[in-house]
Write a protein that binds this ligand. Structure first.
Ligand SMILES: *[C@@H]1O[C@H](CO)[C@@H](O)[C@H](O)[C@H]1NC(C)=O
Ligand SMILES: *[C@@H]1O[C@H](CO)[C@@H](O)[C@H](O)[C@H]1NC(C)=O
Ligand SMILES: *[C@@H]1O[C@H](CO)[C@@H](O)[C@H](O)[C@H]1NC(C)=O
Ligand SMILES: *[C@@H]1O[C@H](CO)[C@@H](O)[C@H](O)[C@H]1NC(C)=O
Ligand SMILES: *[C@@H]1O[C@H](CO)[C@@H](O)[C@H](O)[C@H]1NC(C)=O
Ligand SMILES: *[C@@H]1O[C@H](CO)[C@@H](O)[C@H](O)[C@H]1NC(C)=O
Ligand SMILES: *[C@@H]1O[C@H](CO)[C@@H](O)[C@H](O)[C@H]1NC(C)=O
Ligand SMILES: *[C@@H]1O[C@H](CO)[C@@H](O)[C@H](O)[C@H]1NC(C)=O
Ligand SMILES: *[C@@H]1O[C@H](CO)[C@@H](O)[C@H](O)[C@H]1NC(C)=O
Length: 599
């Protein structure tokens, strides 16, 4: 499970992980689930056990599975059956950079042309579908209309959701008589390896369990491939496919909105985009930049790399300064829902798979993790045998498990969603009104935001990179209430026709276009919100009219967002001593904690 913010404990673990990686890298040897990499990994396994023992003493058996937020003390779950290829080698013998200069001159002519403007000029809007380079099992396409890649929640590659997906029969192209005057673009990083921390499931943990018990089991039938299988996933960083997603996204935004660069040329400025220090965040932003600006992008824009680490105010990583968002009792509402639902939709899969791995007792969580393994392996290495193990219905179940998780973890069902989204709203309002943030009392960072160079307020194009949990926090804070129509989501069944689908809202490279328009039909500038190419109704936002293309006057939108900012209290949400009972005994559908006095 993704859970970006719960990885917060792991900063210090990074160095440790590097030094503990088993070595030497496996080459030609036949992969074996029993292989152990010499003394280093033996002592390493000992380390894991010692850590585990310490954990168990401190907080009991639950530490390792569901409820721990203090898992940073755990060593990473690299195990004997892990396969790691260390590329590049640290000191290649043939590396002579001076013989391979980067700038040799003689570039030939370099005249440039006009900027593309597909949103304004083309008769239709280009749709993003499929996932080039990834292979799905043939069986998954058996029934027409079923697309396995759309059933992985936050692990799905992003796709155009389709006209009308959120209830507005309009496309992202400029409505008739309207001109697009600006774009505020918020996107997620691309496909990555699993995060080091998982609240439920977690491919590396399953790999370790299987390996630890390797002497006891032999798999047969559909699971026979496990006998030879090795764990090939790293942690946290972008996969090659993830790189491509961001490169493509950069190209696509240049094709659609390149004309907005004219504003910069006119004012003799270059754009400032933002991302964060985390490896996959920075790599995503730079891949986007290569797609958008081309290589070399130096001199064409400036990237503000905000720090994602404990104690740093950062609207793109608000959990770093919001303690309540990291307290299990306040933020771990999702797990009981996911495990209850998993025990329902995976019951027959468990019964089917258990006989094929005698000697190892599969749990529901294991079977759920086999589904995660399918998604993670596919986006990392292009194909996964795990995908073949499940029926379409079980994939619908997995998709809904993801919806449940993120609903209660990061969106309308979480008591800390709105408060975490509000910092980005403050920045959005500042940019929309060209007025600096008056009061820094959320996750905003005055050092950066009060300086017009690092946080300009008059650009025609803004690009911000963040995590899926933050995109969901922002969607919640914005009050896009039509997406919350079916909440609170039940753990017992999939509601028909639901509006909150994580693969549509927060997949890898998910993206939100806040589009600014000027229309002949109205004197007031208009704004629309477009998530993964689907226009979202703004009718939940106070004062926004029911408009066929989903537009709302910017002033009205801004007034409502100011209202939301005013009624949200960072201090109370992030530091307040409120309590909420687990499960359905307390519900929110607005992503808010109980009010003062209610607890
Ligand atoms: C599904 O939801 C949409 C709103 O997004 C609504 O227009 C439609 O009528 C619903 N369909 C069914 C079958 O309930
Ligand atoms: C698994 O199969 C191998 C090779 O056939 C055999 O040596 C081993 O004893 C088997 N293990 C179990 C637990 O059945
Ligand atoms: C934005 O404001 C800065 C100074 O605050 C100015 O130098 C620049 O020209 C302005 N850019 C645009 C696009 O208006
Ligand atoms: C604001 O951001 C800057 C640059 O990343 C950083 O140096 C500073 O510590 C941050 N301030 C706070 C209060 O987090
Ligand atoms: C960081 O956030 C805290 C809490 O909202 C705020 O009091 C402080 O002023 C912020 N610091 C900066 C430099 O923005
Ligand atoms: C960008 O330029 C266009 C055309 O000149 C103009 O309509 C629009 O308002 C400008 N946008 C911004 C944010 O300055
Ligand atoms: C919370 O929502 C569930 C439906 O998912 C409902 O059964 C329950 O009664 C609600 N609880 C409260 C306190 O409203
Ligand atoms: C937010 O949504 C709720 C429910 O639709 C609505 O009652 C409220 O007025 C909205 N608030 C604002 C400021 O848009
Ligand atoms: C910031 O302070 C104002 C004024 O005290 C308050 O109304 C608002 O709720 C606060 N905003 C946040 C996000 O805490």
């Amino acid at each position: 499970m993704s859970d970006e913010y719960k990885a917060y404990e792991h900063e210090d673990a990074d160095a440790e992980q590097q030094s503990l990686l088993p070595e030497p890298a496996p080459t030609k040897q036949r992969p074996s689930r029993l292989r152990v990499y010499g003394p280093l990994s033996l002592s390493f396994v000992g380390g894991i056990l010692a850590c585990l023992a310490a954990q168990l003493v401190v907080c009991g058996p639950s530490c390792f599975s569901a409820t721990s937020h203090d898992s940073g003390a755990l060593a990473p779950p690299y195990v004997g059956s892990t396969e790691v290829h260390h590329f590049p080698p640290p000191s290649p013998t043939n590396a002579f950079p001076s013989l391979f200069p980067t700038h040799v001159g003689y570039a030939g002519g370099t005249p440039t042309g006009a900027e593309p403007a597909v949103v304004a000029t083309a008769p239709s809007y280009p749709i993003h579908s499929g996932a080039p380079h990834l292979v799905a099992p043939a069986s998954s396409t058996a029934s027409s209309g079923f697309d396995l890649f759309k059933k992985w929640g936050n692990l799905s590659p992003w796709y155009s959701v389709g006209r009308g997906a959120f209830g507005i029969d309009s496309g992202p192209e400029a409505p008739e008589t309207c001109r697009i005057t600006g774009l505020h673009f918020l996107h997620r990083h691309g496909a990555r390896y699993p995060t080091s921390w998982a609240s439920y499931g977690g491919p590396a943990f399953l790999a370790k369990r299987l390996n630890d018990a390797a002497a006891q089991w032999n798999a047969t039938g559909d699971l026979a491939f496990l006998n030879e299988w090795t764990y090939k996933l790293g942690e946290e960083i972008l996969t090659p496919f993830g790189r491509q997603q961001l490169y493509d996204l950069g190209v696509s935004i240049r094709m659609k909105y390149g004309f907005l660069l004219k504003n910069f040329t006119e004012t003799n400025t270059i754009p400032v985009f933002r991302t964060e220090s985390q490896d996959r965040m920075l790599a995503s932003a730079l891949n986007f930049a290569i797609g958008f600006f081309g290589y070399p992008f130096e001199g064409q824009y400036q990237e503000s790399i905000t720090i994602e680490a404990e104690g740093f105010n950062n609207t793109l990583a608000p959990y770093k300064t919001c303690p309540n968002a990291r307290l299990p009792s306040k933020s771990d509402r999702a797990l009981p829902y996911v495990s209850e639902w998993a025990s329902i939709y995976l019951a027959s899969a468990l019964a089917r798979l258990q006989p094929q791995i005698p000697g190892y007792e599969l749990t529901i969580e294991d079977v759920y993790t086999l589904q995660q393994m399918c998604a993670y392996e596919t986006v990392a290495i292009g194909y996964s045998a795990f995908c073949e193990l499940f029926t379409q219905e079980e994939w619908e179940g997995f998709s809904y498990a993801m919806d449940l998780y993120f609903w209660y973890d990061s969106a309308f069902g979480s008591p800390v969603a709105k408060v975490q989204g509000v910092g980005y709203l403050q920045e959005l309002v500042a940019r929309l009104t060209h007025t600096p943030i008056a009061l820094h009392n959320s996750s905003t960072n005055a050092t950066l935001a009060d300086d017009p160079v690092t946080f300009p307020l008059n650009q025609s194009l803004y690009v911000d990179a963040t995590h899926e949990v933050v995109v969901l926090n922002v969607i919640t804070a914005l009050n896009l209430t039509t997406l919350a129509r079916d909440g609170p989501l039940p753990a017992t069944h999939i509601p028909p026709n639901r509006s909150f689908v994580v693969s549509q809202l927060a997949p890898f490279a998910t993206n939100v276009q806040f589009q600014l328009l000027s229309c002949a039909s109205s004197p007031d500038p208009q704004i629309r919100v477009i998530i993964n190419d689907g226009v979202v109704p703004l009718t939940g936002i106070r004062g926004c009219p029911s408009q066929k293309d989903g537009m709302c006057p910017v002033d009205v939108f801004v007034d409502a967002q100011r209202e939301i900012i005013k009624e949200t209290e960072w201090e109370w949400g992030c530091y307040g001593e409120w309590e909420v009972p687990a499960g359905t005994a307390w519900n929110t559908t607005t992503g808010e904690p109980p009010r003062r006095g209610e607890v």
